[in-house]
Design a protein around this ligand. Structure first.
Ligand code: SAM
Length: 300
């Protein structure tokens, strides 16, 4: 059964007396080439990093299973998390031929991710692959980055290969040389390298979204390569630096850290070799780590 054939999608939805739900960000893929390419991109990178070990992937939002189907053909083990309970009996039918898949009916944002990975994959390193529901793209990605760590701080994920809105992809993958660079780009850069893979036009979905989509891959560092004394402080400083985008960083940070006098913040910035009028969007994540360590010392 071609789960990307628009007539098959419509027939299945009508058999189960359901339709696509906007509230869950349901835009199903109707061109098989796309989930095949997403799955290949995810798997090839995973294998490069995890050679010889059992391959495993988490999918968020399988829908009626078109990407899941491709993931099952590549990976040894697939666990798919779907919030919409009306899709669960559909997935039992559409994925019936695969013995290597488990479907879990949960809200991904409410899962204890560490517990979930241990329960399904033990101590293995896994990847994540999804055509994400666009209304919660950023919280899902931040949850994956923040919570998928072992006790020693190393990553439980090799990579996150996901489709998102194009303009969001521009921000997630931006560096300090680009106008799209912001708090989310700097935060992601702390955990790994985000790369754009390919664009997908609206007519590849049912229903068609208003905007173009982009598949990206975040290739996670096993351990953070930029060192900081306190991750909590690092993310506070990044947030603070971008809080008032059109202001200089000294103004933006002094609004965010009201307990430190503005003159002292200015001194910290110039001591690190930056111009007093620098804006947050000019700092790399490595620069933010250095700045965060100064703030950490200051507030200790
Ligand atoms: N993977 C399918 C495809 O590519 O055709 C469906 C992708 S659709 C863009 C997003 C999917 O995520 C839907 O199946 C939706 O029900 C599911 N979803 C939305 N919010 C979710 C959440 N919080 N947790 C788990 N799944 C969710």
């Amino acid at each position: 059964m071609n789960l990307c054939d628009v007539n098959v999608v419509k027939r299945i939805m009508s058999k189960y007396q359901t339709g696509t739900k906007k509230a869950f960000g349901q835009n199903f893929l109707i061109n098989r080439q796309i989930p095949m390419s997403i799955s290949e991109e995810s798997y090839s990178y995973h294998q490069e990093k995890n050679f010889g070990k059992e391959s495993a992937v988490i999918e968020i939002g399988p829908g009626i299973g078109c990407l899941t189907n491709e993931l099952c053909a590549c990976y040894d083990k697939v666990v798919a998390v779907e919030i919409d309970k009306t899709l669960i009996p559909i997935l039992s039918e559409t994925l019936a031929e695969h013995q290597n898949v488990t479907v879990v009916n949960e809200d991904f944002l409410k899962l204890d991710l560490s517990e979930f990975i241990s329960e399904h994959f033990g101590n293995a390193t896994v990847s994540v692959c999804a055509n994400l529901p666009y209304y919660i793209t950023t919280p899902i990605i931040m949850k994956l980055l923040e919570q998928a760590r072992k006790c020693d701080g190393s990553s439980r994920l090799t990579s996150i290969t996901v489709m998102v809105q194009k303009e969001v992809a521009d921000r997630l993958c931006a560096n300090e040389k680009s106008g799209d660079y912001g708090a989310i780009s700097a935060s992601i850069a702390y955990y790994g390298r985000a790369v754009k893979l390919f664009d997908v036009a609206p007519d590849n979905f049912l229903p068609a979204p208003k905007v173009t989509s982009t598949v990206i891959r975040i290739e996670l560092y096993n351990e953070p390569i930029y060192k900081t004394q306190s991750e909590k402080m690092l993310f506070r400083v990044i947030e603070g630096a971008f809080m008032q985008r059109r202001k200089t960083m000294v103004n933006s940070l002094s609004a965010a850290f009201s307990s430190i006098p503005k003159a002292r913040i200015g001194k910290i910035i110039t001591e690190l070799g930056f111009d007093i009028n620098i804006r947050g969007e000019k700092l790399s994540v490595e620069n933010f780590c250095a700045l965060a360590d100064k703030f950490y010392e200051e507030l200790k």
